[in-house]
Design a protein around this ligand. Structure first.
Ligand code: SAH
Length: 378
């Protein structure tokens, strides 16, 4: 059994499924070629063929011998997520619904902005966390995405953007899912985005956003140095426990130092703290002062996100004047603070609005219905 061929069980017994070529970053390709008794430089050839020259089969890789191409084709094949739907917002934001293995669907969003193009990718089908203001949370969780399904979103978006004059310059892991709970697949996908023989994105232009899985932050630091964004949303544990329940397990006194440690050895880097503005919940003057004290002198940028509503949401967005005042208080403490412009809301492509098609395995939807019924006294 080769390490490059996955085994899958079916009712008919064990069958070999060729490994997805998109699962293989440079390291994995080198291992594959070592297995085949070939030289490591073959990895560069294949990366260029797949990601730059866009060929989808080995038969077209003409600088590789026919015999080797045949051996590769036995073990590896390129499989892409299927585009089920594309929506284009009036502001130019595009959202794709992509089918992944197992009949599930995820969403990927492209946000063009004066010379920049940010691709917002999903890392899981649904999300296992239960942030009270996020609609992905309400979908429940099904499974982690593979590396192929993550870089597949990039691959498909790249193709879809061809001829539109737009291109991907930045990537944010701010779609569906918690990337730090799927680091094993996320890291090779990041390597595939930043490799000079694929898309060559600079590591600063790739941002992993986390709700704060502290143990995994330490692992992330060992494996990559991309930009870090943290979904903070509250300046104290009592409030954060309510909004971002993973805080009960990984409270602020552990989260903040772990984030500071992530950039400690990286000059000129700062952490982006995301803070969703919820009317009357976390948007008062005292919250802003408390937030500034919490962040202290950690190199920071606070990104305030106007809350995006979704069916069944129990919050409202803070009024504009409140958000502006919050920004000014943070600035008075010497912090950089910006307000995220909401994009793609007309196509439900804004933060926290991605839902995909998730077969929930956590019974979250069932619990939500029961909660609603109890609330209504039925
Ligand atoms: N799980 C990761 C990645 C998701 S990122 C994380 O939590 O960081 C999505 C960003 O949008 C997060 O900052 C999230 O908190 C924010 N968000 C979620 N729901 C939102 C909503 N309804 N309105 C505005 N922002 C929201």
């Amino acid at each position: 059994m080769s390490s490059a061929v996955a085994e899958t069980s079916t009712s008919a017994g064990r069958v070999d499924v060729p490994v997805n070529l998109l699962d293989l970053d440079r390291q994995a390709l080198k291992r594959l070629f070592a297995d085949l008794g070939e030289k490591p430089f073959r990895a560069t050839q294949v990366l260029k063929w797949v990601h730059q020259r866009r060929v989808t089969g080995f038969e077209e890789m003409t600088d590789i011998s026919k015999a080797l191409r045949a051996r590769l084709a036995e073990r590896v094949a390129l499989r892409l997520p299927e585009v089920l739907a594309e929506q284009v917002s009036e502001d130019g934001t595009r959202k794709w619904l992509l089918r992944v293995d197992g009949g599930q669907a995820i969403e990927t969003v492209f946000i063009p902005d004066s010379g920049r193009g940010t691709l917002c990718v999903s890392s899981q089908v649904g999300c296992a966390l239960d942030c009270s203001f996020c609609s992905t949370a309400q979908q429940g969780f099904n499974r982690n995405l593979s590396t192929a399904e993550i870089i597949g979103q990039y691959y498909v978006a790249y193709d879809q953007l061809t001829g539109t004059g737009e291109q991907i310059t930045n990537v944010v892991f701010m779609g569906m899912g918690e990337p730090l709970l799927n680091l094993e697949a996320v890291i090779p996908a990041v390597r595939l985005m930043t490799d000079d023989d694929t898309y060559g994105l600079s590591k600063r232009k790739v941002t992993i956003s986390t709700s704060g899985v502290v143990t995994m932050l330490e692992r992330m630091r060992e494996q990559t140095d991309v930009s870090l964004a943290v979904s903070l949303h509250a300046p104290n544990n009592a409030l954060r426990d309510e909004l971002v329940p993973i805080n009960r397990k990984h409270p602020l006194e552990r989260l903040i130092p772990a984030c500071a440690a992530y950039i400690a050895d990286k000059p000129h880097r700062r952490i982006t703290w995301e803070y969703v503005m919820l009317d009357g919940v976390n948007d008062q003057d005292h919250h802003a002062h408390e937030l500034a004290r919490l962040l202290g002198d950690i190199p920071s940028k606070v990104n305030l996100i106007p809350f995006n509503p979704f069916p069944g949401a129990r919050y409202r967005c803070s009024p504009r004047g409140r958000i502006l005042r919050f920004v000014r208080i943070l600035q008075s403490h010497g912090l950089t603070a910006t307000t995220r412009v909401t994009r793609g809301q007309d196509i439900d492509g804004a933060c926290g609005q991605l839902v995909g098609k998730v077969q929930d395995r956590t019974r979250r939807q069932q619990r939500l219905v029961q909660r609603e019924l109890r609330r209504e006294g039925r």
